[in-house]
Design a protein around this ligand. Structure first.
Ligand code: NAI
Ligand code: MG
Length: 356
C-alpha cells in the first residue's frame, strides 16, 4: 500500500554502480518533492567487492533480516577486476535475489532522441517487456567440479526446472502481457534440442495459458528469436524466457534499443515477502569508472520501475517523461553519442521534473 515515507536500501556496489545510484537518488528526491505526498529515505549499505576484500564477505551474516526492513532495494552493479566474476555475482547480486525475487522484468523501448542500430526504427516501433525467470535454470547453482587439474576434469552446470517455478513465472508473465495494450505474449524455449526441462516449460505454459484466454500467445525457439527480434521487432510485445535465455536476449534488446546504458531491470518478488530490487542492466564498467561519464538513464528508468512497484505511478510517469524529454533534447552521455557527463544529465532530468 502507499506510504508517506519509503525506506530504500541503497547498494551502489562496484565500479560505476555508486556513481549511477548517486544520480538515481537525486532524481528520486526531486520527483518526490515535485509530487509532494511522499518522501524516500535511503540507507546506504557498503555491500561491495571492497567489503569482500576487507572482510571476506559481500554481505553481513544477517543480511536477509536487514533487507526485510526496507520497502525496496536500489542496486548499482557488482564486479571488480581482481575478484572472479562468479564470486562477486554469487556473493552479492544472486545472494540478494535468489530465490524470492523470481521475476526479472526488463523493459525495452527506443527513447526519443536515441537511435537504434536497426535501420528505419523510430520510437514506439520497439516496445518490449522481457520477463526472465530469475531463480533456476542454468543459474540454480547445481553442479560441481571433479578431477581438478587432470585431463579428465569435469565441470557440470545442471539445469534445474521445476513445475512450481515455471508456473509462477508464467502466471506473472501472462499478467504483465494482459496489462499491456497488445495483450501479446511470446514465450521462448529450446524444446527441440532440450527434450526434458524445456518440454516441461512448453507444457506448463500451455496449461497456464488457459487461465488467460484474453492474451494471445506464440512460441519461439531461442535461436530463431534472435532473428525475429532483429528483423521483426514490431511483432513482439511481452516476452517470457528462462534465466539463461532471457539474460542473453535482454542484452540484445538493450543494444537494439540504442545502448546498454539505458536499460532497466526489476527483480520482483510478486508475493511481496521480500523487498524487490531495482538495478540498471549494465555492469560495473571498469573502463569508465571514476570518469564521471557513466550514463545514469538505466538507473533513472529502474527508479521509475521502483516507484511504480511501490504504488507511486504518478511519480514514475513524471520521472519517465523527464528522462524522455532529456534524451529528446540531446542531453546524452558519450555512449549515446553525446558529450554530457553523469551530473549534467542528472541536472537536466531534475530541471525537467521541476518544469513538468
Ligand atoms: P559492463 O556492462 O560493465 O560494460 C560493458 C560496456 O558497456 C563497457 O564498455 C562499458 O563502459 C559500457 N557501459 C556499461 N554501462 C554503461 C553506462 N551506464 N554508461 C556508459 N557506458 C556503459 O559489462 P562488462 O564489461 O562485461 O562487465 C564488467 C563487470 O561488471 C564484470 O565484473 C561483470 O561481471 C559485472 N557485471 C555485473 C552486472 C550486475 O551487477 N548486474 C551485470 C553485468 C556485468
Ligand atoms: Mg546479463
Amino acid at each position: 500500500e502507499r506510504k508517506s515515507t519509503y525506506e530504500v536500501a541503497q547498494i551502489g556496489g562496484d565500479g560505476i554502480g555508486p556513481e549511477v545510484i548517486n544520480a538515481g537518488v537525486q532524481a528520486i528526491h526531486a520527483v518526490a518533492k515535485k509530487i509532494g505526498t511522499f518522501t524516500v529515505n535511503f540507507m546506504e549499505l557498503d555491500w561491495s567487492s571492497d567489503r569482500y576484500k576487507r572482510s571476506g564477505k559481500y554481505v553481513p551474516e544477517d543480511y536477509i533480516e536487514i533487507l526485510h526492513r526496507y520497502d525496496a532495494i536500489l542496486f548499482g552493479a557488482v564486479g571488480a577486476p581482481d575478484v572472479p566474476d562468479h564470486v562477486s555475482l554469487w556473493g552479492l547480486r544472486l545472494a540478494i535475489c535468489q530465490p524470492h525475487m523470481y521475476a526479472n522484468v526488463r523493459r525495452t523501448k527506443v527513447l526519443p532522441g536515441i537511435s537504434s542500430p536497426l535501420k528505419g526504427l523510430s520510437p514506439g516501433d520497439l516496445d518490449w517487456c522481457i520477463i526472465r525467470e530469475n531463480s533456476e535454470g542454468e543459474y540454480a547453482g547445481h553442479g560441481g567440479r571433479s578431477h581438478r587439474g587432470l585431463e579428465h576434469e569435469i565441470g557440470t552446470e545442471v539445469t534445474i526446472f521445476t513445475r512450481t517455478a515455471i508456473r509462477r513465472i508464467a502466471r506473472y508473465a501472462f499478467q504483465v502481457a494482459r496489462s499491456r495494450p497488445r495483450k501479446l505474449l511470446t514465450y521462448v524455449t529450446k524444446s527441440n534440442a532440450m527434450r526434458n526441462g524445456m518440454v516441461l516449460w512448453d507444457e506448463v505454459i500451455k496449461e497456464v495459458a488457459k487461465e488467460f484466454p484474453d492474451v494471445t500467445m506464440d512460441h519461439m525457439l531461442v535461436d530463431a528469436m534472435t532473428v525475429r527480434m532483429t528483423l521483426q521487432p514490431k511483432s513482439l510485445d511481452t516476452i517470457l524466457a528462462t534465466n539463461l535465455h532471457a539474460d542473453i536476449l535482454s542484452d540484445l534488446a538493450a543494444a537494439l534499443a540504442g545502448s546498454i546504458g539505458i536499460a532497466p531491470t526489476a527483480n520482483i518478488d510478486p508475493s511481496r515477502t521480500m523487498p524487490s530490487m531495482f538495478e540498471p542492466i549494465h555492469g560495473s564498467a571498469f573502463d569508465i569508472t571514476g570518469m564521471g561519464v557513466a550514463n545514469p538513464v538505466g538507473t533513472f528508468w529502474s527508479a521509475c520501475e521502483m516507484l511504480d512497484w511501490l504504488g507511486e505511478s504518478e511519480a514514475s510517469q513524471l520521472l519517465m517523461e523527464a528522462i524522455e524529454k532529456t534524451c529528446a533534447d540531446g542531453i546524452k552521455t558519450r555512449d549515446l553519442g553525446g558529450n554530457a557527463n553523469t551530473q549534467e544529465v542528472t541536472n537536466a532530468v531534475i530541471e525537467r521534473i521541476e518544469a513538468l
